[in-house]
Write a protein that binds this ligand. Structure first.
Ligand SMILES: [Zn+2]
Length: 201
């Protein structure tokens, strides 16, 4: 079953060990911020720092692991039709739009959408870390370290597939930041598939 996250919104759901999460960009050039928490102890959470450290790269793709703050593998990338995602930048937020876009009445952004979606799981906003930003295209100048947010390389129908290595609570958005999505807000879709004994979970 394919689920749709409307533009500038978010969702949270559980993903059982062995199940696969497919994140789909239905129209192209859209970003999805992905968070993962251990369903058994939500103090265990996806860690950009550990994942990039252990990969010794900032661009992760097929075969790479998304580690937790306790150095356990939460998710592994098993298919990637784009090959460019970001794991450096924080979820966009009202503060992002106030500071970077100079908006007087900013949208709550992915951060607010994630906080809202994760609240029923007992996860508060101060526990939201750097997300794995699916399809987000952030380039880095190797000399100065300067970052630039570019239009995503994803085209309509592109996908990233991740397999859960433990039971998880997932947060996922259709990103709200103009620059991240080449200045057009679009939906994100996702599917959950998995071993027969986990079907319907
Ligand atoms: Zn965002």
């Amino acid at each position: 079953m394919r689920h749709t996250i409307p533009p500038r919104s978010g969702a949270a759901f559980t993903l059982a060990r062995g199940q696969r999460l497919t994140v789909i960009d239905p129209e192209g050039e859209q970003v999805a911020d992905l968070l993962a928490f251990s369903a058994h102890d939500t103090d265990e959470v996806i860690s950009s720092g550990r994942s990039l450290d252990y990969a010794s790269r900032i661009f992760l793709t097929t075969g790479d692991a998304l580690y937790s703050n306790r150095s356990n593998v939460l998710l592994r990338i098993v298919e990637d039709t784009v090959g460019r995602h970001d794991f450096l930048l924080t979820p966009c937020s009202a503060d992002t739009f106030r500071i970077l876009y100079d908006e007087a009445e900013p949208h709550r952004g992915c951060f607010g959408n994630l906080a809202h979606a994760l609240a029923p799981y007992g996860i508060g906003p101060d526990r939201i870390p750097v997300a794995f930003n699916v399809f987000m295209n952030v380039t880095v100048d190797g000399g100065t370290g300067e970052l630039a947010v570019r239009p995503p390389l994803s085209r309509a129908g592109d996908r990233l597939v991740l397999e859960a290595e433990t039971d998880l609570v997932i947060g996922l958005t259709a990103c709200s930041a103009p620059q991240s999505n080449n200045f057009a807000f679009k939906p994100i879709q996702y599917e959950i598939s998995g071993p027969p004994d986990a079907a319907g979970a």
